[in-house]
Ligand binder design. Structure first.
Ligand SMILES: [Zn+2]
Length: 145
């Protein structure tokens, strides 16, 4: 497939994708300026850059690059804030999706082990009072008669 050079970043992009790419290319000076301007206008009172949540809302309304596009391009939200000369708020740094999925799976596995233990107790003739419930610590609780 033939390729065309992006007039902003110079990357070779397939002819099918070039129009879409140039529309969203972060190296487009107009695009850089509008995004930088938004960051400048939305610094919090304590001097930190806007959060990903605030940016996400504005990006949708104003047609700015998405949070995902910025974090992909700059490695992280912190990197994106640095790029526009602002300081990211600590704690607003997106963790990779994979680590959040691993944590969720580990939590479910703990709950399954607990649920199995409760069910084994039940099958040994221990009577349960009401339905088991999941506590705020993720463990399964139930009252015994
Ligand atoms: Zn480009």
């Amino acid at each position: 497939m033939s390729k065309t050079k992006c007039r902003f970043c110079g990357k070779q992009i397939s002819d099918l994708g070039i129009v879409q790419h140039e529309r969203y290319c972060l190296s487009d000076p107009d695009r850089y300026e509008t995004t930088k301007q938004w960051f400048d206008d939305n610094v919090a009172d304590d001097g930190y850059a806007p959060t990903t949540g605030e940016y996400r809302d504005a990006a949708k309304k104003l047609g700015l690059p998405s949070v995902e596009q910025l974090t992909r391009q700059h490695g992280s939200w912190r990197g994106a804030c640095d790029f526009y000369s602002h300081k990211a708020r600590p704690g607003d740094l997106k963790r990779p999706v994979a680590s959040r999925i691993d944590e969720a799976i580990a939590e479910v596995e703990v709950m399954l082990v607990e649920a199995r233990r409760v069910s084994d107790d039940y099958n040994r003739g221990i009577e349960l009072l009401g339905a088991p419930r999941i506590g705020s610590d993720g463990r399964v609780y139930c009252m015994l008669k």
